[in-house]
Design a protein around this ligand. Structure first.
Ligand code: HEC
Ligand code: HEC
Length: 156
């Protein structure tokens, strides 16, 4: 008799737990997610997407304030336009001309920090006197500003 009672209780509990966390047909609670809502580009995969146009900043260096960094040691975003200061080539490096300063006098752009002169492949890493070749292409790490909407909210 006691065995039957235990089995009945077990059955009742397992039924309760299988209905509480799932919707109909075993889908996650809240119902199934439509195919067109999956991914960052909403819509059907066969649609031709038309992303909104994005405008990049065109201000001159020094015209706009610096952009707050999202976390300590993040590469700061570039607060100025890039039209007049690119391209970076083997012989011409406008970013270096302005930012690779030994010291910052009032009104000067921010000088490159020590990490930009350090060869981290050396053991131990050494600060040299020249811009490290790993830092030559500034735009690998420093991004410019645009008016693009965030695709996913970032709380970082
Ligand atoms: C004509 C001089 C000039 C040139 C060329 C130039 N910049 Fe700047 N840059 C400035 C000034 C002025 C500021 C604003 C003051 C500051 O934060 O240094 C600035 C700000 C920055 C900052 C923000 C620094 C911070 O701590 O917020 C970054 C990053 C930067 N520039 C990267 C670049 C890159 C990459 C290039 C080349 C593609 C470049 N700059 C070319 C003058 C220049
Ligand atoms: C491999 C990634 C990387 C590259 C390439 C790079 N940077 Fe940086 N940069 C960083 C990071 C990370 C920081 C913040 C931490 C630090 O200062 O080391 C930074 C900081 C800066 C700062 C602010 C310095 C300070 O003292 O606050 C300036 C200005 C800057 N970089 C300009 C440049 C320019 C100009 C170039 C190209 C010549 C360049 N960076 C190339 C990653 C990079």
């Amino acid at each position: 008799m006691r065995r039957w009672l235990l089995m009945a209780c077990g059955l009742a509990l397992s039924c309760a737990s299988s209905t509480s966390g799932t919707g109909s047909g075993g889908a996650p609670s809240g119902g199934p997610v439509a195919e067109t809502e999956l991914g960052l580009a909403k819509g059907n995969v066969t649609d031709t997407p038309e992303p909104p146009r994005v405008t990049y900043r065109t201000s001159d260096p020094g015209e706009e304030p610096s952009v707050p960094r999202p976390f300590a040691f993040a590469p700061p975003s570039i607060p100025h336009g890039l039209e007049q200061v690119t391209p970076i080539t083997r012989t011409d490096h406008p970013c270096r001309d302005c930012h690779a300063l030994a010291e910052q006098l009032p009104g000067d752009p921010k000088p490159l920090s020590d990490s930009h002169y350090t060869d981290y492949r050396a053991d131990p890493p050494k600060r040299g006197t020249e811009l490290s070749s790993a830092r030559y292409d500034c735009l690998t790490c420093h991004i410019r500003q645009s008016d693009a909407e965030l695709l996913v909210e970032s709380r970082f």
